[in-house]
Design a protein around this ligand. Structure first.
Ligand code: NAP
Length: 281
């Protein structure tokens, strides 16, 4: 059987942008691959993983809620995925299911392409969910001086302890109260929102008011729907450099394509495909 299938597994999937982003690459580079969405219920995940291996699949992207659960079906795990404790990319290699995580590196590449380095910079990550874990670990790997703030303090402490335990160094834990955030924001160079606050249909949710954001820092929002979140527009009013979530989305996808097909995927084509879809809304 021809091995040319790729896809995204999650539940519920809604209207994912990943298929159109990957198909744009196949069309541009004239590659004979398909990319489909698979909305798989938790009770059907084991069966899905069983049959995928034999159905001509090169690999899969994995999204909410399976980034951690999928580890049960993975034989080999990359260093990043092992550190983060979650997998967003799978490749079938012979009899082995190999797991990777491209979210963190996708974020760092999006920042770098926007002219922002986190090395030796004071970075505050908001959130402690799957995306925040990937981003925070990668920032620590890149040499950032890291602080974390999350609504649920228990998760903030766990993420900070995991990073300190695995990579060494000190991670500051901030309280998610007004005063806690204000003190966490003091003196930072880069702010990264890795929570889902402000994401459609909750565009009006305010994470931080403009006056809390230090002037002229770099602010990245992982949320890409809407493109200009309330946080980014507040940051812009403070003279900050703002980076939306599309850059990371395209770069984590490009990293997955590199793992599956060994290609240097055209990130600009991927970004344009996503942007044209988002602008239609
Ligand atoms: P997740 O594992 O469900 O984590 C959600 C996080 O958001 C948790 O830290 C949660 O805090 C926090 N949160 C949710 N609502 C909040 C609110 N109203 N106020 C403050 N904090 C709130 O989700 P995820 O996978 O990490 O994804 C997080 C966001 O990143 C999503 O919007 C997702 O679309 C985006 N993302 C973007 C990319 C990209 O490539 N651009 C990649 C991955 C994810 P608690 O722990 O207190 O619940």
């Amino acid at each position: 059987m021809k091995k040319n299938k790729l896809g995204l597994v999650g539940h519920p999937l809604g209207h994912s942008l990943s298929p159109l982003m990957h198909r744009a690459v196949f069309e541009k580079l004239r590659l004979d691959y398909s990319y489909e969405s698979f909305d798989v219920k938790p009770s059907e995940l084991a069966y899905f993983m069983d049959i995928t291996v034999y159905k001509g699949f090169v690999g899969l992207n994995v999204t909410i809620p399976y980034k951690v659960d999928i580890l049960k079906y993975v034989d080999k795990v990359s260093r990043e995925a092992e550190l983060i404790g979650a997998v967003n990319t799978i490749k079938f290699v012979g009899d082995d299911v190999c797991g990777y995580n491209t979210d963190g590196i996708g974020c760092i590449k999006a920042l770098k392409d926007a002219g922002v380095s986190v090395k030796d910079k004071r970075v505050l990550v908001l959130g402690a969910g799957g995306a925040a874990r990937a981003v925070a670990f990668q920032c620590a790997i890149e040499g950032a001086s890291l602080s974390i703030a999350n609504r649920t303090m228990e998760k903030t402490k766990k993420l900070a302890a995991d990073i300190e335990g695995r990579l060494g160094g000190k991670v500051c834990v901030c309280d998610f109260s007004y005063d806690g955030l204000l003190s966490g924001l003091k003196g930072i160079d880069v702010l990264i929102n890795a929570t889902s606050a402000g994401m459609h249909p909750h565009e009006d949710e305010e994470l931080l008011s403009a006056d809390m954001i230090p002037e002229k820092i770099a602010v990245m929002d992982l949320v890409y729907n809407p493109l200009e979140t309330k946080l980014l527009s507040a940051a812009r009013s403070r003279g900050c450099k703002t980076i939306d979530g599309v850059g990371m989305l395209a770069r984590q996808g490009a990293e997955s394509l590199n793992i599956w097909l060994g290609i240097d995927a055209p990130v600009k084509i991927m970004e344009d495909a996503v942007l044209s879809q988002l602008k239609k809304k």
